[in-house]
Design a binder for this molecule. Structure first.
Ligand SMILES: Cc1cc2nc3c(=O)[nH]c(=O)nc-3n(C[C@H](O)[C@H](O)[C@H](O)COP(=O)(O)OP(=O)(O)OC[C@H]3O[C@@H](n4cnc5c(N)ncnc54)[C@H](O)[C@@H]3O)c2cc1C
Length: 490
């Protein structure tokens, strides 16, 4: 792909989009070709959480299902969702799915061409569409990359936002070994969540909360940062930083969680057993492991082999490569960090409040649709709905170009000891700021983070540390458990 920055005039854009996941790409697709748009991705184009999504995309099944989808989402969110945001997302869901299909995207269907809707935990009916069996994210991401009519620059890390008072005038980018300024009338943050802050996580390595850190530096509000979701069924024994997630749809379609003796202990914690919301299942597994020292497994032994291979081909193949013969053989699992519910505060039009020309969508944003806990498969939907919304907002808003000039920063992006400090940060976040939190543990994490912030660190680590501190500070402010935030005095 040609580097769009090679032409000197190209350094001024109508819109720059930070991130090429579902949110950034669907926003790009909604922006007309006459606008000069540039999409940035930090690593290879496919290195994003969207690519790794497995289970599917939620949609209201039909108009009559909207109130039920809304109430399921509100219930999962433990009373902390924005009702307006949830209502808006559900009402728009059939439209974005229809748009994708009109453009040629193929969701899985039965032999008669009827869409196959699956079930996931805490949904009161089948309403999740999937593609490629368990490869929804990969199929959707490739499709959106193909549909995007605008230039894209990969391996380009945004290292700063160019702010002139409350107006965002563009970004500073590190690309091809040097820093560059890219001016833009509108900047859309679609940079995803915070996965790399944790030792065990399911996220792409490109997801490390850089832009959250930049926002904190600029005094831009983050919201609900204590709300971090952990996935209960992750194969964490693998060697890579990103751990293999075993989709929620497995439990939705009948997989069991068992101990060494095949005992389904989840019913001791919640009468819904495997179908309880994922935070309850995560905590139950965490507690049961600690209490009994028994390893915990996911068992699909009662699935028909042929059905399993067809419905979950990627999980089947990935685990076969790791030496597991599914569905007959059980697989050891543990919870791991999965999804950032909190994020950069956004309004219903995708704007970052109290700024001009700055927008945020997708997992980077806190729109209020997830409250204190995200309903499974609502996040790809959120990316689509608010990606579309922000493109409409930008098209309808008069641009206010910036007048100021900015200079390139000279601060080192990385320093020699950063790797060691990054690992220390990941460990303390996992040990003290994950599934079960205590005031004492959070204070210890805060002390370690402050200590590292007061030492000499490169810019990228500093941004991670600022984001981690925001998570810990938010968690300390909420001394009662709610949703995914579980705090005990023990
Ligand atoms: C393993 C896994 C399975 C999942 N399964 C499902 C599912 O079945 N259904 C569902 O609804 N959700 C699922 N999710 C969650 C969902 O995939 C994500 O929430 C969603 O894809 C986020 O999309 P996004 O566009 O906001 O961010 P992402 O897709 O993560 O994209 C972020 C983009 O920002 C770029 N970026 C980041 N920082 C910078 C920077 N400093 N400079 C430049 N670019 C930057 C990245 O390179 C990337 O292109 C899953 C997540 C994971 C990890």
């Amino acid at each position: 792909m040609k580097n769009p920055l090679q032409k000197e005039k190209a350094l001024r854009y109508d819109v720059v989009i930070i991130g090429a996941g579902v949110a950034g790409l669907y926003a790009a697709i909604g922006l007309p070709k006459h606008l000069k748009v540039l999409v940035l991705s930090k690593s290879h184009p496919w290195e994003c959480n969207t690519y790794y999504a497995q289970g599917g995309v939620t949609t209201a099944y039909n108009d009559a299902d909207i109130p039920l989808h809304v109430s399921d989402t509100l219930e999962a969110g433990a009373g902390m969702c924005s009702r307006d945001a949830v209502q808006f997302m559900s009402e728009q869901s059939q439209k974005v799915i229809h748009d994708l299909m009109q453009r040629g995207f193929l969701f899985d269907t039965d032999t008669h061409g009827n869409l196959l809707y699956t079930q996931e935990a805490a949904h009161s009916r089948n309403r999740i569409l999937h593609a490629g069996g368990d490869a929804t994210g990969r199929y959707l991401h490739l499709f959106l990359l193909q549909q995007n009519p605008h230039p894209m620059l990969s391996n380009a890390t945004v290292t700063d936002l160019l702010m002139e008072d409350d107006k965002c005038c563009g970004v500073e980018v590190f690309s091809e070994g040097s820093r560059k300024l890219i001016y833009a009338n509108n900047v859309i943050i679609a940079s995803g969540g915070v996965g790399s802050l944790y030792e065990y996580h399911t996220n792409s390595h490109a997801i490390s909360a850089d832009i959250h850190g930049i926002c904190l530096e600029k005094g831009i509000a983050l919201e609900s940062m204590e709300m971090m979701q952990f996935h209960p069924t992750v194969f964490v024994s693998g060697s890579g930083a990103r751990k293999l997630l075993l989709t929620e749809a497995l439990r939705g379609e009948g997989a069991w969680i068992v101990d060494e003796n095949g005992y389904r202990f989840l019913f001791e914690y919640d009468e819904r057993g495997e179908m309880a919301p994922r935070d309850i299942v995560s905590r139950a597994i965490f507690d049961y492991k600690q209490r009994t020292s028994s390893p915990v497994y996911i068992s699909c032994a009662h699935f028909d082999k042929e059905y399993f291979q067809g419905r979950f081909p990627n999980i089947y193949k990935a685990l076969q490569d790791l030496g597991y013969n599914l569905p007959s053989e059980r697989v050891p699992i543990s919870p791991a960090f999965h999804y950032s519910i909190g994020g950069i505060k956004s309004d219903l039009e995708g704007r970052v409040p109290n700024t001009k020309g700055l927008y945020v969508i997708g997992e980077a944003a806190c729109t209020g649709v997830h409250g204190a806990n995200r309903l499974a498969s609502n996040s790809l939907l959120e990316g689509l709905v608010f990606g579309k919304r922000v493109s409409e907002t930008i098209v309808d808003s008069p641009a206010t170009p910036c007048v100021g000039k900015f200079s390139l920063s000279t601060i080192s992006l990385e320093m020699d000891e950063d790797k060691e400090k990054k690992d220390r940060l990941r460990r303390i976040m996992w040990d003290k700021v994950s599934i079960v939190r205590t005031q004492e543990g959070l204070n210890e994490a805060l002390r370690v983070i402050e200590e590292m912030l007061n030492s000499e660190v490169g810019r990228l680590l500093k941004l991670r540390l600022l984001s981690a501190r925001a998570i810990v500070e938010s968690a300390l402010k909420r001394n009662k458990s709610i949703g995914v935030h579980y705090i005990t005095s023990a």
